[in-house]
Ligand binder design. Structure first.
Ligand SMILES: Nc1ncnc2c1ncn2[C@@H]1O[C@H](COP(=O)(O)OP(=O)(O)O)[C@@H](O)[C@H]1O
Ligand SMILES: [Mg+2]
Length: 221
């Protein structure tokens, strides 16, 4: 597919640059795996790609057709409502993104804010909860789930919102074989629907199952 997201001479990091002059293009219907050693900056790069962390220099931009009205083509300058439906992020610590007090509501938030009716949004939520083996927790508070369940919930919520670009930080961490397999199917489904999926991962079977393009993040490169 077309390029949906790109980095232009991007330097990313916090106090100092972890990577400089990074030029990458991410396509619709493509899965990219960001791999590399611990501490090298994968999560920092992921947050920068998702428009949540300010580049030190350069920019992250989207295809012109996806730029919201009255915004410049620099995803960091966009408001959260601009990012909605365009770029979704699954954080390395999933509790950072919970915004409701029930698992079912949590998954319905994205579809609702994308203009679905409540009935449609809850139908999507129920399907996601069923597929990711979270149905029995539907009324529970997201914060009461185990680590692996929280991660599944954050993946479910972001998939439900169907963004053009989905950035996920270690999505399969803590999953058993059944939930892992269903997650692979859901990610493949998002790709087939044209989403550009970018995942930080150490999960080799995941990379192979999805035939993902690999980008190795290494010190200074
Ligand atoms: N919130 C933060 N504030 C300051 N430094 C951070 C923060 N988060 C991570 N770092 C530092 O940035 C570097 C890269 O971290 P990170 O992007 O989390 O690496 P990775 O995901 O590849 O393990 C590390 O040296 C880490 O200590
Ligand atoms: Mg990380």
């Amino acid at each position: 597919g077309n390029v949906v997201l790109r980095t232009e001479d991007l330097s990313f990091g916090r106090e100092f640059a972890l990577g400089e002059r990074v030029n990458l293009a991410f396509h619709a219907g493509e899965i990219t795996a960001l791999t590399g050693k611990n501490g090298v900056g994968k999560s920092t790069l992921a947050l920068t790609l998702a428009g949540l962390l300010k580049p030190i220099s350069g920019r992250v931009s989207m295809d012109e057709s996806m730029v919201p009205a009255h915004r410049e083509n620099n995803v960091f300058t966009w408001k959260s409502r601009d990012l909605l439906g365009r770029i979704g992020m699954v954080f390395q610590e999933p509790e950072h993104q919970f915004v409701t007090s029930s698992v079912r509501d949590e998954v319905a938030v994205g579809p609702k804010s994308m203009g679905k009716t409540d009935d449609e949004a809850y139908a999507i939520a129920d399907m996601m909860l069923e597929r990711l083996n979270l149905k029995r927790f539907a009324p529970a508070n997201p914060f009461t789930l185990s680590g692996g369940e929280k991660r599944r919930l954050s993946v479910a919520s972001m998939l439900a919102a169907a963004p053009k670009v989905l950035v996920m930080d270690e999505p399969t961490f803590g999953q058993d074989f059944t939930t892992w397999t269903e997650m692979v199917r859901l990610i493949a489904g998002a790709r087939d629907a044209g989403c550009s999926v970018i995942m930080v991962t150490h999960d080799e079977p995941l990379i192979e199952a999805l035939g993902a393009r690999r980008i190795l993040v290494s010190e200074g490169e």
